[in-house]
Design a protein around this ligand. Structure first.
Ligand code: 0WD
Length: 256
């Protein structure tokens, strides 16, 4: 029996089979969780429906986190299928392309800064708020994805690093406030993985090569590595862990 048997998980952020959310869905399904999915726009709908079918799920809901109406509608529709659920996976981030290339200030605009924070950080808190009533009284867990650029100044990551710092702070405040309700909130800080979102970051191939050469494990991580850690963190095996940022990065962050 899998260690997520009896758990229900809502998974956001699948944009392709390479998405980190796809690795998380795979691991959670393997461990016995029942899954529901969201897709950002019509272009992604059939892809996410296909992934859902693969995991025996027919709960596939539209969710663009930029829209308050879509957030409300998503949980209303989920409530028609599930009377409650245990796990919320937030695997969503976005910044305008010019904001994540080159000099921090060259690509900086008020609008780009606001969008990056809205989609990549505010959305975690907004989804937690909307999910809260359905996660009561059932040892729930919320998980998001961060990156080392939240705490170190890394070339090109720029405004996304600032937004990830906000995201990690949000994890701690959510953990503090939802802990008494039995809901844990954690982040995985993943090493670089070639996904659609990563392709937008300037110099990504170079970063990946650097990790493969210098990380203690002498390799980059996979969506399976992140998926397995995510499944653990959202399971009762991790019942004592909340408000944490856990590195799944082949040890890269420990380098001086
Ligand atoms: O190296 C990497 N790939 C790392 C990713 C290292 C460390 C962390 N992460 C994080 C990302 O910042 C993100 O938070 O992992 C999370 C998942 O990203 P991913 O799996 O690398 O990327 P991808 O497969 O592109 O999925 C992210 C998806 C979007 O994809 P695109 O590429 O189409 O923007 O986030 C979704 C969207 O499907 N997304 C949204 N979902 C709902 N509403 C929105 C939105 N407004 N914007 C983006």
């Amino acid at each position: 029996m899998g260690f997520l048997q009896g758990k229900r998980a809502l998974i956001t952020g699948i944009a392709s089979e390479r998405s980190i959310a796809s690795g998380i869905a795979e691991a959670m399904h393997r461990e016995g969780a029942e899954l529901a999915f969201t897709y950002q726009n019509d272009k992604l709908k059939s892809r996410v429906e296909e992934a859902a079918r693969e995991y025996g799920s027919d709960i596939v809901l539209p969710l663009d986190v930029a829209s308050d109406e879509q957030i409300a509608a998503c949980f209303e529709h989920l409530g028609q299928r599930w009377d409650g659920f245990d796990i919320l996976v937030h695997a969503i981030a976005f910044a305008p392309r010019e904001a994540i290339q080159g000099h921090f200030l060259d690509g900086l605009t008020r609008e780009g800064f606001a969008i990056a924070h809205d989609i990549s950080a505010y959305s975690l808190a907004a989804l937690a708020k909307a999910a809260r009533p359905m996660m009561q009284g059932r040892r729930g867990a919320i998980l998001t994805l961060s990156y080392l650029g939240a705490e170190r100044a890394l070339p090109n990551y720029n405004v996304m690093g600032v937004a990830k710092a906000s995201l990690e702070a949000a994890v701690r405040y959510l953990a503090l406030n939802l802990g008494p309700e039995g809901i844990r909130v954690n982040a995985i800080s993943a090493g670089p993985i070639k996904t659609l979102a990563a392709a937008g970051i300037g110099g990504f191939r170079k970063i990946l090569g650097h990790v493969e050469q210098y990380a203690p494990l002498r390799r980059s991580v996979t969506i399976e590595d992140v998926g397995n850690a995510a499944a653990f963190l959202c399971s009762d095996l991790a019942a004592g862990i909340t408000g944490e940022v856990t590195y799944v990065d082949a040890g890269y962050n420990i380098l001086g």
